[in-house]
Ligand binder design. Structure first.
Ligand code: FMN
Length: 367
């Protein structure tokens, strides 16, 4: 028995960010930008989601520099004139279709393999030079490198605003550079960038604080966080709600507007003794709007995050129930929106029997 999905289509407003509904397209790397600049195929891909009722589109991860930030081929940046011009076309197309969009700024940090990049001689950056805890691959970042990385994130956020987008999201999840500072297993520094939660949040807070200062009070700043790590899906960077408070509070003080809490399955409780998921806890602790995510509309029991097993459309009832309770404000949808640009419109119109089975081809095609 399906519940009406009205809650998903209630407008949302927070400061300058005004959305027609609560459906967010999750950031998803697509590697369709040769020369690291998005072309007309990428413009059309995002425009299709805006035309079909996605409330907020978050872009694929976008690099803030051309050296240390990425090792993934054909990932766009927001640094070169060609890339900036391409993103301007994306922003204009989404706006013309009545959509809202932000870029996700993504620095791969320790997940960049220098040997596979255009700059094999440049070591990868992370808090303590480790990808696997306890096995250093590179030197910890120097003070100068930390300053450079912060400035590059801030410049990327400014370029996002200048390209015409509605918000920016910093990718602070999934073990990449920002997350390498958060997690005590990959941040073993004994200086002011490590140690307790105050030290481990400092890198992210500096990025957020300086972005806020440069862009003023109105430009919405989002940050994506995850308890799980690519090295360990079961990891809990914050073991208790009290620790989570120590993680999130400095970020609120630095100027984060909206938290985006990455889970592999949105229905999984974050801590024992409560049904609240990660986004639910973030909202409860900070009072800030929270975006949840994880296997919305997918029936498969996914063992690997991006593996894309074939999956039948699944009921949205459990999601709707949580949103009606006000557990979190917005829901990000990843693979279903890769698979079908009309997913949100079909849900809005109650055309559940038109929803498509998930197929692996969606991972390698720009529908
Ligand atoms: C192909 C693909 C690429 C992804 N790339 C990113 C990314 O660039 N940044 C990010 O934060 N998450 C990325 N993710 C994770 C998604 O944003 C999302 O959290 C995840 O797919 C779970 O949502 P879903 O179950 O609705 O797909 C990616 C996921 C997929 C499937």
């Amino acid at each position: 028995m399906s519940r009406p999905a009205d809650i998903l289509f209630k407008p949302f407003s927070h400061g300058a960010l005004k959305l027609k509904n609560r459906i967010v397209m999750a950031p998803m790397t697509r590697s369709f930008s040769p020369g690291h600049a998005p072309g007309e195929n990428v413009v059309a891909y995002y425009r299709r989601r805006a035309e079909n009722d996605v409330g907020l589109i978050l872009s694929e991860g976008v690099s803030p520099n051309t050296t240390t930030a990425t090792g993934t081929p054909d990932v766009p940046n927001i640094v070169t004139p060609e890339a900036k011009a391409g993103w301007k076309r994306v922003a204009a197309a989404v706006k013309a279709a009545g959509g809202r969009m932000g870029l996700q700024i993504w620095h791969e940090g320790p997940y960049r393999n220098p040997q596979k990049t255009e700059h094999p001689d440049i070591p990868s950056w992370s808090a303590s030079g480790v990808k696997v805890p306890g096995k250093p691959l590179w030197q910890p970042m120097s003070e100068a490198e930390i300053e450079t990385a912060i400035s590059e994130f801030v410049a990327a956020a400014a370029a996002t605003r200048d390209a015409g987008f509605d918000c920016v999201e910093f990718h602070g999840a999934h073990s990449y550079i920002i997350d390498s500072f958060f997690w005590d297993q990959t941040n073993t520094r004994s200086d002011t960038w490590g140690g307790d939660w105050t030290g481990r949040t400092r890198f992210a807070c500096e990025i957020v604080r300086r972005t806020r200062k440069l862009l003023g009070p109105d430009f919405p700043i989002l940050i994506r966080l995850s308890q799980w790590k690519q090295q360990d899906f079961a990891a809990k960077a914050a073991a208790t709600p009290q620790e989570l408070e120590k993680w999130l509070t400095p970020l609120v003080e630095a100027g984060v507007d909206i938290f985006h809490l990455s889970q592999r399955r949105f229905w999984e409780p974050e801590f024992p003794g409560s049904d609240l998921n990660f986004a639910g806890w973030a909202r409860k602790i900070t009072g800030k709007p929270a975006i949840s995510v994880g296997s919305v509309g997918l029936s498969g029991e996914f063992t690997k995050l991006y593996s894309g097993e074939v999956s039948k459309p699944a009921s949205l009832d459990a999601l709707i129930e949580r949103m009606e309770r006000g557990e979190f404000d917005l829901i990000a949808v990843g693979r279903e929106l890769l698979n079908d640009p009309e997913w949100a419109l079909k849900v809005k119109e109650g055309r559940m029997s038109d929803l498509k089975d998930f197929s692996k081809e969606a991972l390698t095609t720009l529908y």
